[in-house]
Design a protein around this ligand. Structure first.
Ligand code: LIP
Length: 268
């Protein structure tokens, strides 16, 4: 994709993220219509409406690029390019009125057969914070360059975590949390993977790790983190876009794995 197309893709990603963010703000204090829920997850009717609005905006500029979203898939998402979208990341927070949720929009393209993220936008409508990145360029927050932290000691690190949505992922991540708590400054479990990724990119936290997080939660944040000098270690763990992720400032993964490795955590 030419650089002019990437620039156009970034512009429409931002338009789509802000458009859905506006819908989140407008509905924040309204009663929420729940489409489905489980013990550790909620899906709102607004998720679907936001996904539709994002898809409409994206395809107004790129009518032939398919959309892989948490709420729906439009077109053949195995083609050369695809949008990867989470219309509301942090849906449980949003449902309960906790103002920590965002919109995540990424453009991916195939390189040697594998998808890589080329453009990413994460928008937090509550703080009016927009993170953006184009592969090969510096990540930005509200138009200003950002960089990961330079903390090298785990004991200084703030580690954010997620437990995904299943009892099985909870069982995997609880031992990780118990092993890390005595070793780090603080653990934070904030409920939005995309915001956790961009907080590492911005130096607000130092590590984010989750097992069973979905591609649409992390695609944009992963590029933004890499374009801010961080490391986005990830591996696919099932055939439904599930990932094990260790996002960090590029200085801390080895130390983290010394601790979690004892749990044979890297083997699951
Ligand atoms: C959420 C993720 C979070 C994870 C939650 C949920 P959603 O995404 O951002 O990291 O722990 O289980 O998957 O469902 O709010 O878009």
């Amino acid at each position: 994709m030419k650089s002019s197309d990437l620039k156009r893709a970034l512009a429409v990603s931002v338009r789509a993220a802000k458009g859905a963010g506006k819908m989140m703000r407008a509905n924040w204090r309204s009663p929420k219509k729940i489409n489905s829920q489980s013990q550790h997850d909620i899906k709102l009717e607004l998720d679907v409406r936001c996904q539709k609005e994002i898809t409409r905006i994206l395809q107004s500029s790129f009518p032939d690029v398919p959309v892989l979203g948490e709420e729906a898939t439009t077109g053949d998402v195995e083609e050369q390019f695809r949008w990867v979208v989470d219309p509301i990341d942090g849906t449980v927070n949003f449902t309960y009125g906790i103002p920590h949720a965002c919109v995540s929009v990424a453009l991916q393209g195939r390189k040697k057969g594998e998808f890589e993220t080329l453009v990413g936008a994460v928008y937090d409508p509550f703080c009016d914070e927009l993170w953006t990145a184009v592969r090969g360029q510096r990540a930005q927050l509200n138009g200003r360059a950002i960089r990961v932290s330079s903390r090298k000691q785990l004991k200084e690190a703030i580690v954010s975590m997620g437990f995904a949505k299943e009892k099985s992922t909870l069982a995997i991540m609880l031992p990780v949390m118990n092993a890390l708590i005595p070793e780090v400054r603080k653990i934070r479990i904030m409920g939005s993977a995309a915001l956790s990724m961009v907080y590492v990119a911005t130096g607000r936290t130092d590590i984010y790790t989750e097992y069973g997080v979905r591609l649409w939660d992390i695609a944009a944040g992963g590029l933004i983190l890499e374009c801010a000098g961080g490391e986005f270690w990830n591996r696919e763990v099932d055939n439904t876009y599930g990932y094990h992720v260790i996002a960090n400032n590029g200085l801390l993964r080895a130390r983290l794995e010394e601790i979690t490795g004892a749990l044979a955590i890297s083997s699951f």
